[in-house]
Write a protein that binds this ligand. Structure first.
Ligand SMILES: [Zn+2]
Length: 239
């Protein structure tokens, strides 16, 4: 199986869908949750998954937003997998929160775990592009702030699905609909270990799933009828 074969399969499918996971983002320099660095507050250290939790966000909003900027907004660029996926014009369900499929031009996307590049103003309920300081400063709502962090910490909610948050029900049902209606599911760079999305994929007929990743894990061994393609994305997706 190579990139050309995959493109032919997509063209002959009625309703193909692509599912992406952390492996696609790490190529862009976004660390995955297990290797992401946490932080320390007054000698107490928090792992990344603790920082990405609702209780932490509520207790230390400013620290959260400071850390968030470093992790998700700096030095992140599209890679050739995003570009290839956008060219296929196929609906995408992603576990990644970096917004890169959107930036690459994919139009139908379910961002299952939310969005790191967008915040929600809790005064006017508009979405704010967090990569744009001017956009953040347009949400001072009559008060004076010295910097964007203060605005964010004061009244902007993260659009990341934090640990302790529920998956957005519209995203959940859309993903479920697309997967069950699909006759070809291509999984790229996901370990299929993070639920509930992994469950939604794995409950589909194995024969319609192609799963591309650099290593084969125990989930792949449990589903021998899934067409597993072991490949390095840098080589597989030639551009
Ligand atoms: Zn606002």
């Amino acid at each position: 199986m190579n990139q050309k074969n995959l493109e032919e399969l997509i063209r002959s499918a009625q309703q193909p869908v692509i599912v992406t996971g952390a492996g696609v983002s790490t190529l862009s320099g976004v660390p995955d949750y297990t290797t992401m660095k946490g932080l320390t507050i007054k000698g107490r250290s928090f792992e990344a998954r603790e920082v990405l939790s609702r209780p932490f966000f509520q207790a230390y909003p400013k620290t959260f937003w400071q850390w968030h900027r470093k992790q998700f907004l700096q030095a992140i660029e599209l890679n050739k997998v995003h570009d290839w996926i956008a060219r296929q014009k196929v609906p995408v369900i992603t576990q990644n929160i970096d917004g890169l499929h959107r930036r690459a031009g994919s139009e139908e996307i379910v961002e299952f775990h939310g969005k790191a590049d967008v915040g929600l103003c809790q005064i006017c309920w508009q979405e704010i592009d967090l990569r744009d300081d001017k956009a953040i400063f347009s949400h001072t709502h009559g008060k004076t702030y010295d910097n964007t962090l203060d605005i964010l910490a004061d009244h902007v909610d993260t659009q990341i699905v934090l640990y302790g948050d529920a998956i957005d029900s519209r995203n959940f049902s859309l993903a479920q609909q697309w997967l069950s209606a699909s006759d070809l599911i291509i999984v790229i760079g996901s370990t299929l270990q993070v639920y509930p999305l992994a469950g939604l994929v794995l409950e589909q007929e194995s024969s319609k799933i192609i799963w591309i990743d650099k290593t084969k894990n125990e989930v792949a061994s449990l589903y021998p009828d899934i067409n597993f393609v072991q490949a390095d994305f840098r080589e597989f997706f030639e551009g």
